[in-house]
Design a protein around this ligand. Structure first.
Ligand code: IPE
Ligand code: IPE
Ligand code: MG
Length: 255
């Protein structure tokens, strides 16, 4: 599909390093068309392909996609099953594409809770792409921030008990390092589709200074073109990180 926006409008040096997306609205997309929710998920996986390729083209280093939350296990059995089938299909069909484009696949979340066949396909794709450095694609699967943080706390507690770590060594950095995203930069930009103004248990620790962008577009209708527009908006934001940035001298007094 041809982009209606000139990618050169984007300043390459101020692109986000890590973009995270809450892919929401598949069910409503299907409902509007009097279709089964699963059709919405199917259509949504096409958007995933388009957005992964857009990030790769732009040279964005990390893309995290929230695909299935710890709470999503509570959906009707048939929907969960259909989502797992789609996920497995994606892990197989995109394997060569990810490999050819130098993209490393990574899973954030409770891998052990995934059905064995899905886990095996995920591991196969992760193994094949493990040495790639062009881009990291994180799929957040059976992911929840609260589970991630409590798991990190437990891992740290074990290290303290075994004498590997002193309690004072539990810092912002060590806690970050024990999250599923350990070793990765925090997201600079979090996009949520379908108009909901909430995080739904997504990256609550890592989102501390992320720029948030909510679009009313439903995930299956989200496109490369809209993504480019959001990136232009991102580039115009003033990220202060709690500090005073413009027109001040070294001692902080206004010039
Ligand atoms: C997002 O779409 C996909 C998942 C959460 C798995 P939804 O299925 O939540 O779609 P809506 O919010 O019901 O429209
Ligand atoms: C968030 O969407 C989870 C994913 C996108 C995977 P939900 O549809 O599950 O979130 P709520 O229920 O609207 O908060
Ligand atoms: Mg939803």
């Amino acid at each position: 599909m041809k982009s209606d926006i000139n990618v050169s409008e984007l300043e390459k040096e101020s692109l986000p390093v890590h973009v995270a997306m809450i892919m929401d609205g598949n069910g409503r997309w299907a409902k509007k068309r009097l279709m089964n929710r699963v059709k919405g998920h199917e259509q949504g996986s096409r958007t995933v392909r388009e957005i992964v390729s857009a990030c790769r083209e732009l040279g964005i280093g990390f893309l995290t996609l929230y695909a299935f939350s710890t709470e999503n296990w509570g959906r009707p059995k048939a929907e969960v099953k259909a989502l797992m089938i789609l996920l497995k299909r994606f892990l197989v069909s995109e394997r060569d594409e990810l490999n050819n484009k130098g993209i490393r696949l990574n899973i954030l979340g409770q891998k052990e809770k995934l059905p064995a066949d899905v886990r095996e396909e995920a591991e196969r794709t992760m193994d094949l792409t493990r040495n790639h450095t062009e881009m990291v694609l994180n799929l957040a699967l059976s992911y929840g921030s609260r589970e991630e943080i409590t798991r990190a706390a437990q891992r740290l507690a074990h290290k303290v008990r075994s004498g590997e770590l002193r309690p004072e060594e539990i810092t912002d950095e060590t806690l970050s390092a024990h999250l599923y995203t350990g070793g990765m930069p925090d997201p600079d930009l979090i996009i949520r589709t379908s108009g909901e103004f909430r995080l739904s248990n997504f990256m609550m620790w890592q989102a501390a200074y992320a720029e948030l962008f909510i679009t009313r577009t439903l995930w299956p209708d989200f496109s490369k073109e809209e993504f480019h527009k959001i990136l232009i908006d991102f580039q115009q934001r003033d990220r202060r990180f709690g500090k005073v940035k413009c027109n001040t001298s070294n001692d902080g007094s206004p010039l």
